[in-house]
Ligand binder design. Structure first.
Ligand SMILES: [Zn+2]
Length: 209
């Protein structure tokens, strides 16, 4: 029977699974990069001469209701380009997979960002806990600030009231016409009861009651 779901299909693109273990309620997945080489950020030369290895611990999307922590065995490479100032560099991954110095994968960061935008700090943190996403409210706000707000799209259709509000002359006319209308209503009330005491406009009388 063919294996329908490979473990490497569950982790971010460009990594293969070396092993898994349990860490209390969570899962720990050890992964390593597929690529044998990495590009020097200083000069762009590909290098496959490994200097050393180290572990990066990252939060990732939950799996089957359990929080997941990835342990990435990352590498440092030698740069052999003669004119390059860097002799050793840390390997970089695609930005849509894992940013340099990031503490969570890009796909988790994307969800955290949108949670923060939709719900704000504390409500989003509470909802994230239910989704098994290990983020605090401060982290959510930090992620939203780092990504910035969504691009503002200028409106193509404006309602007449919105337009009038931007025109001082028309806005004043509208206020004057409303005051004149209120005065007419007040005058009508005085005429009806004959006392001359109903000086308040009819619209305000309803609010007072
Ligand atoms: Zn270089």
């Amino acid at each position: 029977m063919r294996q329908a779901l490979r473990p490497s299909a569950l982790v971010p693109r460009g990594f293969v699974v070396d092993g898994t273990s349990s860490d209390g309620p969570g899962l720990v997945i050890a992964v390593r990069p597929v690529s044998r080489t990495s590009k020097c950020p200083g000069c762009g030369t590909n290098s496959e001469r490994v200097h050393s290895r180290y572990c990066r611990r990252l939060a990732d999307l939950p799996l089957a209701g359990r929080p997941v922590r990835l342990v990435v065995v990352a590498r440092r490479f030698h740069c052999d380009a003669v004119l390059c100032g860097r002799r050793i560099f840390v390997e970089r991954f695609d930005l849509d997979v894992l940013a340099p110095w990031a503490r969570r994968t890009a796909r988790l960061d994307h969800i955290v960002h949108h949670l923060g935008l939709a719900l704000g700090g504390r409500p989003a943190a509470s909802f994230a806990r239910r989704l098994m996403l290990p983020v605090s409210n401060d982290t959510l706000l930090r992620v939203v600030r780092r990504h910035g707000s969504p691009r503002f799209v200028p409106p193509t259709v404006v309602g007449i009231d919105d337009w009038v509000a931007t025109q001082p002359a028309l806005r004043d006319d509208r206020v004057r016409s409303r005051a004149a209308q209120d005065n007419r209503v007040a005058a009508g009330s005085r005429t009806r009861n004959g006392t001359g005491l109903a000086l308040r406009p009819a619209a305000n009388q309803g609010r007072r009651a």
